[in-house]
Ligand binder design. Structure first.
Ligand code: HEM
Length: 208
């Protein structure tokens, strides 16, 4: 892979942030800028989560192992946009008042679900560095990072719950389909691997 690919991806991933920063400064976010910033940052969190989860299936399908080098960066950008989404909510909706934030999280179940997803992402972001992988050991690190599947399900539930109030499920269905394919792929691969371990002779016979 070309040496410039990773820095280029980094800059590309920062573009939504740069755009909304500029749009907020230029007063180009429409009639309700706070709502726009909260919603658009939520959209980008979900998009980066899907991109992160797409790396492994793409790598397995194409055999392009260099893709794995993008996964950590995309995962950290998911966390970055998740934190911005939370800060937009906490600052623009709640005026950074900790009591009001806690009250709203406890009062509205869809926010509690979103908050749980973000909290679950914290240990993943904190252990995404080589030193943490070494300290934890590869097996324990992998087990911990399987929490990303719970993050995906919570994020989808958060989005579904928010849109359920408006009876607007079109976009939720698109993300549900994408996540079903990305998570379904992993389940299928795992079942295949389990079957080949359980019936190794059948596989050998079939290949003769
Ligand atoms: C993994 C974490 C999260 C993801 C993926 C996520 C994703 C989303 C998405 C996709 C939307 C809808 C945007 C749209 O309408 O197009 C949204 C809305 C929202 N989220 Fe999150 N979210 C997450 C965490 C959080 C957290 C931690 C909070 C606050 C504690 C939060 C509070 C909200 C609020 C207040 C809205 C807007 C509701 C409205 O305007 O009616 N979310 N989120």
């Amino acid at each position: 892979m070309h040496r410039a690919t990773k820095p280029a991806l980094f800059v590309l991933a920062l573009l939504p942030f740069a755009w909304y920063f500029y749009a907020a400064w230029a007063d180009a976010l429409g009639a309700n800028p706070a709502e726009a910033l909260i919603r658009r940052s939520g959209d980008w969190t979900l998009r980066f989560l899907c991109l992160t989860l797409a790396i492994t299936p793409l790598r397995q399908l194409t055999g392009w192992n260099a893709l794995a080098r993008w996964r950590r960066m995309l995962g950290l950008f998911t966390f970055f946009y998740g934190v911005l989404h939370f800060l937009a909510f906490a600052g623009l909706d709640m005026g950074f008042d900790p009591a009001a934030i806690a009250k709203d999280i406890a009062k509205r179940p869809f926010i509690l679900v979103g908050f749980s997803a973000l909290m679950l992402m914290l240990p993943l972001a904190a252990t995404s560095f080589n030193r943490a992988i070494k300290a934890l050991g590869a097996k324990r690190w992998q087990a911990l990072h399987r929490a990303v599947y719970a993050v995906a399900l919570l994020a989808l539930l958060h989005f579904f719950w928010m849109r359920a109030g408006k009876h607007d499920f079109a976009e939720v269905a698109v993300y549900a389909a994408i996540l079903a394919v990305l998570l379904g792929w992993r389940v299928w691969r795992r079942l295949q691997r389990a079957a080949s371990l359980a019936y190794p002779t059948a596989r050998r016979d079939a290949s003769v």
